[in-house]
Design a protein around this ligand. Structure first.
Ligand SMILES: Cc1cc2nc3c(=O)[nH]c(=O)nc-3n(C[C@H](O)[C@H](O)[C@H](O)COP(=O)(O)OP(=O)(O)OC[C@H]3O[C@@H](n4cnc5c(N)ncnc54)[C@H](O)[C@@H]3O)c2cc1C
Length: 183
């Protein structure tokens, strides 16, 4: 994500020729909302292999690193944690596969895509943070894979609509937003 040049951009008195218009006038918001299904699904899909990789790299490191005469991985708190993280990633993978299958089948996946992005952003944080811990001081260094994952994946809970926006969409589709008519 360091290749993403993040900054505000201001447009003042910009004239856009008609031939450069995308779609019908006044439909921009609607088009963006439809596009978000794909963007949010892509965001969730994109975390899966990264999380697998950081778990694999952390396991390899914990097998190699010895403290008090034995490899770090022999500590039950560590190998159990790796198993928990892998289980969580597999649960997210199932949700993502289901959402993608529905999307390819032409269904509206607003609810599933919002859930997948919400969960992916939170799980990516959890996986990278938990893995970083087991690299000890090495995890604090800039080029460590868990450290890199920690910084790079943080975007997912903000970009493409923040977690709170995902929760709002899910609540709206669950018909539990305050002030809305309930069945
Ligand atoms: C690296 C990077 C790349 C990006 N790439 C793109 C891009 O390619 N195209 C593009 O269009 N945009 C892009 N963005 C912008 C991104 O989509 C926005 O930053 C994001 O949608 C959040 O909007 P905001 O920054 O205006 O935060 P704000 O809307 O100011 O929200 C700030 C925080 O307040 C909270 N919040 C906001 N609304 C609510 C609410 N209703 N209820 C409760 N809490 C709320 C959330 O925690 C949120 O993170 C990018 C951003 C980054 C950091």
């Amino acid at each position: 994500m360091r290749a993403s040049d993040t900054c505000p951009v201001y447009f003042e008195n910009v004239r856009v020729p008609q031939r450069h218009r995308i779609g019908e006038e006044g439909m921009g918001f609607m088009m963006q909302m439809l596009q978000f299904q794909e963007e949010r699904l892509c965001g969730a899909v994109g975390t899966l292999r990264g999380m697998d990789a950081v778990i694999d790299q952390t396991i390899a490191y914990c097998k190699e690193r010895t403290t008090f005469g034995q490899p770090l991985i022999n500590n039950q708190v560590i190998h159990f944690r790796m198993a928990e993280l892998r289980t969580e990633v597999e649960l997210l993978r199932s949700l993502v596969y289901r959402a993608v299958e529905d999307y390819v089948g032409g269904k509206d996946v607003t609810m599933l895509a919002s859930m997948a992005k919400l969960k992916a952003g939170r799980l990516a944080r959890e996986v990278s943070d938990a893995c970083l811990q087991y690299w000890g001081g090495m995890g604090f260094t800039w080029d460590n894979p868990a450290s890199q994952a920690y910084r790079d994946t943080r975007l997912l809970s903000i970009g493409g609509g923040a977690d709170e926006i995902m929760l709002g969409i899910i609540c709206k589709l669950m018909n539990i937003l305050p002030g809305k008519k309930r069945d």
